[in-house]
Design a protein around this ligand. Structure first.
Ligand code: PLP
Length: 353
């Protein structure tokens, strides 16, 4: 299939770029004690999870139980849901999934641990959990060692399988590389490794210490005490993240068609917020420097023509760089894998059913 045969708007991944990103990550962790458990939520493509496993990942991280269930059904059994589950329905789903594979879930709340134990009954040892620590993101996670220790004790007392600790220093990813970033990332990781040491000192063995993202994985890869890193964005990247993780290159574009042109003033693309996220800023147009994307409407993107020389006409195809990939991927059902202008593969994107 030629790229011109694709119906627009469509999500494209440049396979050479994506494969370079994977090689860089693999090289970065080569020979290190810290292993990689890449995040699935960023790409949601089972074939990419396979490629990550083939490149040496010890398992896959994901954000939701349904994603873990999809991965397990696909054959990837070592899965960490780096997130909390709560409520009877989700806990029952976790119990059901745990019968199929030892999926690990984050916890930060004693009541949830108690409910897991109550609902699992005699199967409670099938439930694998890690204590989630807040490393400064101020999202989920216990905030200090004492609370983490109390929670770990409760997990052990209730008969669940305690596997270790996790944390995600997401607020530190979008910092430019340099000594300032290194300092604050190391402080955050020290908190997590300190918690592991405290638990072990109190007789609770800690197998997993999981943290990190694309923006700090170089630091994480060499940090003593961490056992695994959870980078996700590195594979596809986007123009928002690129300055904070310059080892990796944006691989995604949205293919669009020019559906209207008003002289040399403006043109309009057939893609708006239903095809490309504008949440972290507006994307730019690939290959034409004289075009300025002005807005994302629901189904349209108006473009100002700065330089009419070579500007595309109605019916021409235009690729728009993806500025925020995590908010864009889930807007599509499939991703077209492109190499040298040819569609090499079409990858289904997983959605909650
Ligand atoms: C818990 C958790 N771990 C890992 C990641 C992946 O981080 P990154 O996108 O920086 O690679 C995320 C992303 O939001 C996350 O929420």
């Amino acid at each position: 299939m030629d790229i011109d045969q694709i119906t627009t708007p469509a999500l494209l991944v440049d396979l050479d770029t994506m494969e370079r990103n994977q090689r860089r990550l693999t090289d970065l962790f080569h020979g290190k004690a810290v292993r990689v458990r890449p995040h699935f939520k960023n790409h949601r493509v089972l074939a990419f999870a396979d490629r990550q496993m083939a490149a040496g990942a010890i398992g896959i991280t994901c954000a939701r139980l349904w994603q873990a269930e999809r991965l397990v059904r696909h054959g990837i059994r070592d899965v960490l849901v780096a997130n909390e589950v709560a409520g009877e329905g989700l806990i029952r789903e976790f119990i059901e999934l745990s019968r199929a594979a030892p999926v690990i879930v984050g916890v930060d709340n004693i009541a949830v641990v108690d409910e897991m134990a109550r609902l699992a009954g005699s199967e409670r040892n099938l439930l694998n959990v890690v204590v989630d620590f807040d490393l400064g993101l101020r999202r989920c996670g216990v905030t200090d060692e004492t609370a983490g220790l109390a929670l770990a004790r409760r997990i052990v007392d209730r008969g669940l399988s305690f596997r270790g600790v996790m944390g995600y220093e997401g607020h530190l990813q979008p910092l430019l590389p340099g000594p300032d970033k290194e300092k604050v990332v190391k402080e955050a990781l020290t908190k997590l490794v300190g918690a592991k040491e405290r638990l072990e000192h109190d007789g609770i063995p800690v197998e997993i210490v999981s943290c990190g993202g694309t923006g700090d994985c170089i630091i994480v890869s060499e940090f003593a005490g961490v056992t695994e890193a959870q980078p996700g964005s590195y594979l596809l990247m986007d123009s928002w993240y690129a300055p904070f993780a310059p080892d990796f290159e944006p691989a995604l574009t949205v293919l669009t068609t020019v559906i209207s042109r008003t002289g040399n003033e403006r043109l309009v693309l057939d893609a708006g917020v239903k095809a490309i996220s504008g949440e972290r800023g507006l994307p730019s147009v690939l290959a034409y420097s004289g075009l300025l994307l002005k807005a994302l409407h629901a189904e349209h993107a108006p473009i100002e023509i700065i330089d009419p020389a070579g500007a595309p006409d109605v019916g021409n195809r235009v690729q728009v760089r993806v500025h925020y990939h995590d908010g864009t991927v889930h807007l599509h059902r499939q991703m077209y894998g492109i190499r040298a202008g040819i569609v090499e593969d079409v990858f289904p994107i997983e959605h909650v059913s």
